[in-house]
Design a binder for this molecule. Structure first.
Ligand SMILES: Cc1cc2nc3c(=O)[nH]c(=O)nc-3n(C[C@H](O)[C@H](O)[C@H](O)COP(=O)(O)OP(=O)(O)OC[C@H]3O[C@@H](n4cnc5c(N)ncnc54)[C@H](O)[C@@H]3O)c2cc1C
Length: 410
C-alpha cells in the first residue's frame, strides 16, 4: 500500500524543519512526513560557510533539533530521497527511488541549488559550491593538500568562505564580475569597506572580472583564466554566484511562478496556485512582496510558521521585516529591512573604528540598515524600518543620538 501523510513536507532544511515543528505547536494532530534529499537530519545551513568550514563546530552542534525530537513529535523523516514529480490532483509525489507517497497537504520547502558557472571546465573535479554539508565536507577534505583557493563571486557566501580560508592560512583570490563586492545587496560604502577588510587580511580581490574558462591539469581544476587573458593558479575553486530555486516538480505540476521562473508565487499565507500546496523559504516569491526571493533563515522560519498556521485553520498573513547576518573575521554584519530601491544613504559612525551603520532611505523614509559591529543600531533601528519613519538625515548621521530616541521622535 502507498505510504501517505496528512501533511507532507518536501525539503529538510530550515523551512521544512520549522514547518514540522510549527505544525505540532499549532495543534496539528495528523501524520507528518518530511522528505529530504540530504542524508542527514536538519541542520544550521549558514554555519557551513562560517564555523563548520573553520572547523570550530562539529556537525553534532549544527543540528537544528536533537535527533530524538523528530520521533517525539511524530515527524517521520524520509531522508536521502528526492522528490522528482508531483501530481496535485491525485495528491501524490514520486521520489527518485521510484516510490510514490500520498499527501493531504503539501508544504514545499526545497530551497535552492547553486547556480553553476557556464564556462568550459565548470564541472571539473576541485570545483566546489557551498550549499549543503556534503559540499562542505568535500571542500574540507581537499583543503589539507591545497594552498591556493580561487573564490568566484563576492556575495556573502564567497566573502565568508574567503575569510575562513584566510584564517586557515590559505592564499585566496576572490573574483567578482561586478565592479564591487556585495553589489546586489549593499550600497557602495559597505562594499568598499569589506573589500578593504579582505585586502588587509591578505585576500587578493579582482573586480569586474569575466571568466573565460577553468583550466585543468590531470583531470582536476588547476586555475581560472579570465576574459582579459590573466591566468590564476588555484588548487580548488569555490563558486558562489547565487542559487536557482528548486521548484522543477512544482512548475511541471502547473504552480504559478514569476516570469523567468525565479520563484513560486505565494500569497500572504504561503499558498501556491495548486490546491493544498504551500511553498516556503528560498524557492518562493511573495505575490504582494518586493518581487525577489528573500534568501534567509528568518524568512524560511517565518514562512514555515505562516504555512503551518494556515494548514491548521488559524491563518495569519505574513508581515515580514527581513533581517540577516554575516560573519567575516571579527566583523558582524546585521541587516534589518530591505535596501532595494533606496535613493539615499546615511553613514552613522566611523568606518575607521570598524563600527558603523549605513541607513538606507527611500523617498525620505528609512527602509533598511546595514550595521557592522553595531548591534545597538540594529536592534533600535528596527522600529524606524517598521514605521517607515521619515527622519532628518542629520539626526541619523549623529551616532551620539541613539536610534531609539530618534524612533520616539519620528
Ligand atoms: C553557506 C550558506 C551560508 C548562509 N548564511 C546565511 C546567514 O548568515 N544568514 C541567513 O539568514 N541565511 C544564510 N543563508 C541562507 C539560508 O541558509 C537559507 O535562506 C535557508 O536555508 C533557506 O531555507 P529553505 O528551507 O528554503 O532551504 P534549505 O535550508 O536550503 O533546505 C532545502 C532542503 O531541501 C532539499 N531538497 C531540494 N530539492 C529537494 C527535492 N526535490 N526533494 C527532497 N529534498 C529536496 C535540499 O537538499 C535541502 O536540504 C546561507 C546559506 C548558505 C548555503
Amino acid at each position: 500500500m502507498m505510504e501517505r501523510f496528512d501533511c507532507m513536507i518536501v525539503g529538510g532544511g530550515h523551512g521544512g524543519a520549522q514547518a514540522a515543528i510549527a505544525l505540532r505547536q499549532a495543534g496539528f494532530a495528523g501524520s507528518i512526513g518530511l522528505i529530504g534529499d540530504e542524508p542527514v537530519i536538519p541542520y544550521d545551513r549558514p554555519a557551513l560557510s562560517k564555523e563548520y568550514l573553520a572547523g570550530k563546530k562539529s556537525f553534532d552542534r549544527l543540528q537544528l533539533r536533537p535527533p530524538e525530537l523528530w520521533n517525539e513529535r511524530e515527524v517521520v523523516l524520509r531522508l536521502g530521497r528526492r522528490v522528482i514529480a508531483l501530481d496535485s490532483s491525485a495528491k501524490v509525489v514520486v521520489c527518485d527511488n521510484d516510490t510514490a507517497i500520498g499527501y493531504g497537504v503539501l508544504i514545499w520547502a526545497a530551497g535552492g541549488e547553486p547556480r553553476p558557472l557556464s564556462c568550459p571546465g565548470h564541472n571539473l573535479s576541485g570545483v566546489h559550491t557551498i550549499r549543503n554539508k556534503g559540499d562542505c565536507d568535500r571542500l574540507l577534505s581537499a583543503l589539507p593538500t591545497s594552498q591556493h583557493i580561487a573564490v568566484i563571486g563576492g556575495g556573502y557566501i564567497g566573502l565568508e568562505a574567503a575569510a575562513v580560508l584566510r584564517e586557515l592560512g590559505k592564499e585566496v583570490t576572490l573574483l567578482e564580475a561586478q565592479d564591487r563586492v556585495l553589489a546586489r545587496v549593499a550600497a557602495e560604502p559597505v562594499s568598499r569597506f569589506y573589500e578593504a577588510e579582505h585586502r588587509t587580511h591578505g585576500v587578493e580581490i579582482l573586480l569586474g572580472t569575466g571568466i573565460s574558462e577553468l583550466t585543468a591539469r590531470d583531470g582536476a581544476v588547476s586555475g581560472v583564466r579570465l576574459q582579459n587573458g590573466t591566468a590564476i593558479a588555484a588548487d580548488q575553486v569555490i563558486v558562489g554566484i547565487g542559487i536557482m530555486p528548486a521548484i522543477g516538480p512544482l512548475l511541471a505540476a502547473g504552480a504559478e511562478a514569476t516570469r523567468g521562473e525565479t520563484g513560486i508565487l505565494v500569497d500572504d499565507f504561503c499558498r501556491t496556485t495548486l490546491p493544498d500546496v504551500y511553498c516556503i523559504g528560498d524557492c518562493t516569491i511573495m505575490r504582494d512582496g518586493p518581487g525577489i526571493r528573500i534568501e534567509s533563515v528568518q524568512n524560511a522560519n517565518e514562512q514555515a510558521q505562516t504555512a503551518a498556521k494556515a494548514v491548521c485553520g488559524k491563518p495569519q498573513p505574513l508581515r515580514l521585516v527581513p533581517w540577516f547576518w554575516s560573519n567575516q573575521y571579527d566583523l558582524r554584519l546585521q541587516t534589518i529591512g530591505l535596501s532595494l530601491g533606496y535613493d539615499q544613504t546615511v553613514l552613522r559612525g566611523n568606518l575607521v573604528d570598524r563600527e558603523f551603520s549605513l541607513v538606507y532611505l527611500k523617498d525620505g523614509a528609512v527602509i533598511a540598515l546595514d550595521c557592522i559591529n553595531a548591534t545597538r543600531d540594529y536592534v533600535q533601528g528596527r522600529k524606524l524600518v517598521e514605521a517607515h519613519a521619515h527622519v532628518d538625515p542629520a539626526l541619523l548621521a549623529d551616532d551620539r543620538i541613539p536610534l531609539k530616541d530618534i524612533a520616539i521622535a519620528a
